[in-house]
Design a binder for this molecule. Sequence first.
Ligand code: G4P
Ligand code: NA
Ligand code: NA
Length: 194
Amino acid sequence: MKNLQTKIVKEGIVLSESVLKVDSFLNHQVDPYLMKEMGETFANKFQSEGVTKVLTIESSGIAPGVMTSLSLHAPLIFARKRKSVTLTDELYTANVYSFTKKEENVISVSKKYLSPNDNVLIIDDFLANGQAALGLIKIIEEAGASLAGIGIVIEKAFQDGGKQLRDKGVRVESLARIKSLKNNIVHFVEEEVS
Ligand code: G4P
Ligand code: NA
Ligand code: NA
């Protein structure tokens, strides 16, 4: 997505060869117009899939997730990372290990909000090693629901999450695919047309 690539080039800060900081529009401050366009773009890509629920993880997946859910006219569910005092329902859970942060989180979704009738689109802000997406897929499988696909705002194509998921036959659509962050320069994977 052109406007996203432009925003990354203008405002992204390369912190290391593997980490891109995008706090000005995605991970701290949110650009609502860009978010709306991203939601519409994901909705267009998955329009014909019969999506009944959009699923993400708190916190940075929520903004693109809600705009996608609005465009698809389907509710958004965000998996929780921490135990909630009000979340007393039966839960689907998955362990998600972050290679980036070297920590494990238990993510959970109430059994109330996913059922075997659901066809679920996963949305997330970043795709690195794919552990978050794999955790969400496990939750969808536990619920007996089906997976429509995965929409990612920024895929770091030099890490292996995208390959792992596509090798499993999952449809992964990323709005920006980064080939490299070497020498403090963002290089995108060349796309045909989008
Ligand atoms: P994985 O799920 O693909 O394996 O990713 P990983 O464990 O590496 O990611 C852990 C956290 O770091 C996630 O956020 C993810 O979005 C974020 N992340 C990974 N690589 C980058 C990067 O290059 N830049 C930025 N800005 N974030 C990155 P989280 O801990 O779930 O936090 P939240 O922002 O959703 O609250
Ligand atoms: Na995230
Ligand atoms: Na994040």
